[in-house]
Design a binder for this molecule. Structure first.
Ligand SMILES: NC(=O)c1ccc[n+]([C@@H]2O[C@H](COP(=O)([O-])OP(=O)(O)OC[C@H]3O[C@@H](n4cnc5c(N)ncnc54)[C@H](OP(=O)(O)O)[C@@H]3O)[C@@H](O)[C@H]2O)c1
Length: 248
């Protein structure tokens, strides 16, 4: 894909799952990578080695995206090391599912803090860098449930719907500065986030997917790479579903 080689990409929550696949894909396309992670694990050093094997440079920055100063520090470390940030992927996310009749206030707040405010924090701190150079690509990971809603996910679907609002507003604000802001809305992707769901729910979900399979992390990473590339230079403020046709 054209236009990723030599760029600097920050991927939040990149130690595993979709974020990890995105970091690897962008590295494969020639970007240098800033991996943000929250908790360390053995797989983080494996990820670093894999990225280096593509010939890309990589740093890891610990930080909780829901903390304003941590988000600032991620961008600071990126600029100190690589001089700039060209691509930001807001991927970090959590779930705390529960029906509205039982949902705890702290579970609502936590999901909004990480999934929605985390994206705001990172965009807030990357914007000055991108505005100054009059170019940049911001890709936010929303979800199809931000469009449709989902029983048991009032907090998560509110956060993911909020991300769509953030995407469209920032796209309007920063378009004149050469910055593209888009979101992807994955459906059911096989990661640790979906692993915990019941077999019954998985079966029902599968029945609602026209392509008759769950998505893979690489299905998401390839669309994110497209949105980070020159090939999508005339696309901004959009939400692209990656869901096998589940929502249309
Ligand atoms: N899987 C799906 O079907 C699906 C569908 C639609 C959208 N999504 C979205 O895709 C994104 C990735 O999900 P996934 O399925 O890959 O989940 P995952 O395997 O649970 O990975 C989530 C990542 O986010 C990190 N993270 C969580 N809280 C963080 C924080 N406060 N600061 C920094 N990093 C944090 C986690 O780190 P720790 O492990 O250290 O907490 C982990 O590396 C999320 O935004 C999710 O909502 C997923």
């Amino acid at each position: 894909m054209e236009g990723i080689k030599g760029k600097v990409a920050v991927v939040t929550g990149a130690a595993k799952g979709i974020g990890r696949a995105i970091a690897l894909r962008l590295a494969k396309e020639g970007a240098d990578i800033v991996i943000n992670y929250r908790t360390n694990s053995d797989s983080l050093s494996e990820l670093v080695s894999e990225i280096e094997s593509f010939g890309s440079k990589v740093i890891t920055v610990r930080g909780d995206v829901s903390v304003f100063e941590d988000a600032k520090n991620i961008m600071k470390k990126a600029v100190e090391t690589f001089g700039t940030v060209d691509i930001l992927v807001n991927n970090a996310g959590i779930t705390r599912d529960g029906l509205i009749l039982r949902m705890k206030e702290e579970d609502f707040d936590k999901v909004i803090e990480v999934n929605l405010k985390g994206a705001f924090n990172c965009i807030r701190h990357v914007s000055p860098i991108m505005v100054k150079k009059r170019s940049g690509k911001i890709i936010n990971i929303s979800s199809v449930v931000g469009i449709t809603g989902n029983s048991g996910q009032v907090n998560y679907s509110a956060a993911k719907a909020g991300i769509i609002g953030v995407t469209k507003s920032v796209a309007r604000e920063l378009g004149s500065r050469g910055i593209n802001v888009n979101a992807v809305a994955p459906g059911f992707i096989k990661t640790s986030m979906t692993e915990a769901l019941s077999d019954k729910l998985k079966e029902n979900t599968l029945n609602s997917i026209p392509l008759k399979r769950f998505g893979t992390v690489d299905d998401v990473a390839s669309v994110v790479a497209f949105l980070a590339s020159k090939d999508s230079d005339y696309i901004t403020g959009q939400v692209i579903n990656i869901d096998g046709g589940m929502v249309m």
